[in-house]
Design a binder for this molecule. Structure first.
Ligand code: GLU
Length: 357
């Protein structure tokens, strides 16, 4: 649980600062933040303090998480809602829709100033991107997880959650979209990904974080360059379902089995996680062309985490009517493609969206 001793000790210095800052402000001026809990390691528990990586995710209910952090009351009036209690690798499109609908509804309430979503780290970046594309608000939304359960030595969840609430409660975070606040960094949902699977500094943005949150104060260094929230053409309030979009992974000796199976199963788009600059093996070109000719959208992404796929470089995208995912990882390209297809976007429109979002 988050109330484990080492966490409290590590937080002593920041608590003192937050307390001092809060003491200067009248209690009534404190912002209202809702924490929507979905599970993950931040709600995980292990058998002993030494178990930093062996534990059960999604165990601790949100009320217990919040009760273990008296520091939160210094930052904001905080209340929690248990939306799901799952490990994020099991998230489905229905989970995405239900969560975004709840975030959107709360964001319209006058008595809510900011929203925090606690989430397993595995698919956290996908959910954060989905929220940033579909929720129309200028209120701050911070998505947060932890890499270690609260029962472990040097657990990171407590400070991550206090930081998330602090960012969501901040007037200076308004209009900047959806954030992922982990390891003291404030990253924009679009750019950030889980790049390390076992350390607390797991989340990285190829283009750098927006800033940092330290002892209850935000330090901003750049602004999001792409469309999000209020500027988005997607809107969760008008969405009830998402089309089937799947991913095929490229590797040496890859065969068209996966592509053909996905076409057969009714996929509306296939994200090809190609090698290098979204390269496509010679024997995969024809099956992907055939898929496109049958109406399936083909998106060239890359399995290489950094860089971006250049249109018409490795493959003649104009000729084949394919789309490139730009710098989007395959799993986030899937999110944007689902939303685009839910609006009946053409390949030209989808390509524009990959450049704008
Ligand atoms: N795999 C679990 C999840 O994503 C735990 C990982 C984590 O939260 O760090 O929910």
């Amino acid at each position: 649980m988050l109330l484990a001793g080492p966490v409290g000790t590590a937080n002593a210095a920041s608590t003192a600062t937050i307390t001092a800052a809060a003491a200067a402000a009248p209690a009534a001026a404190k912002p209202n933040v809702v924490v929507l809990a979905t599970g993950g390691t931040i709600a995980g528990a292990g058998a002993s303090t030494i178990n930093s990586a062996t534990y059960t995710a999604a165990k601790v209910p949100v009320d217990k998480l919040l009760a273990g952090l008296p520091e939160l009351a210094q930052v904001a009036n905080v209340r929690g809602e248990q939306v799901f209690q799952i490990a994020s690798e099991s998230f489905t499109n229905d989970n995405l829709l239900a969560l975004a609908q709840r975030v959107s509804a709360l964001s319209k309430q006058a008595d809510v100033d900011g929203i925090v979503v606690t989430h397993g780290t595995d698919t956290l970046a996908e959910t954060a991107y989905f929220l940033s594309l579909t929720v129309h608000t200028d209120k701050p939304i911070a998505v947060v997880g932890s890499m270690r359960p609260g029962t472990a030595l040097s657990a990171d969840g407590a400070l991550n959650l206090v930081n998330a609430v602090s960012v969501a409660a901040s007037a200076d975070a308004r209009g900047k979209g959806v954030f992922v606040t982990m390891n003291d960094e404030i990253n924009t949902a679009r750019d950030v990904n889980k790049d390390v699977n076992i350390q607390t500094g797991a989340f990285k943005s190829q283009w750098g974080p927006l800033g940092m949150v330290v002892e209850g104060k935000n330090y901003w260094f750049r602004a999001p360059a792409k469309r999000h929230t209020n500027q988005s053409e997607f809107n969760i309030d008008k969405l009830t379902q998402l089309p089937q979009v799947d991913i095929v992974y490229a590797y040496g000796s890859v065969q068209p089995t996966g592509v053909n199976a996905l076409v057969q199963s009714g996929a509306k788009a296939i994200i090809h996680a190609g090698t290098g600059n979204g390269s496509v093996a010679d024997r995969m070109v024809k099956p992907l062309q055939d898929a496109r000719n049958q109406g399936v959208i083909v998106v060239r992404a890359s399995r290489v985490p950094y860089g971006f796929v250049l249109r018409n470089a490795e493959q003649p995208d104009d000729k084949y009517d394919w789309v490139v995912a730009h710098d989007m990882r395959p799993e986030k390209a899937r999110i944007l493609t689902m939303l685009a297809l839910s609006k009946g976007a053409s390949t030209q429109e989808l390509q524009r969206m990959f450049m704008e979002y």
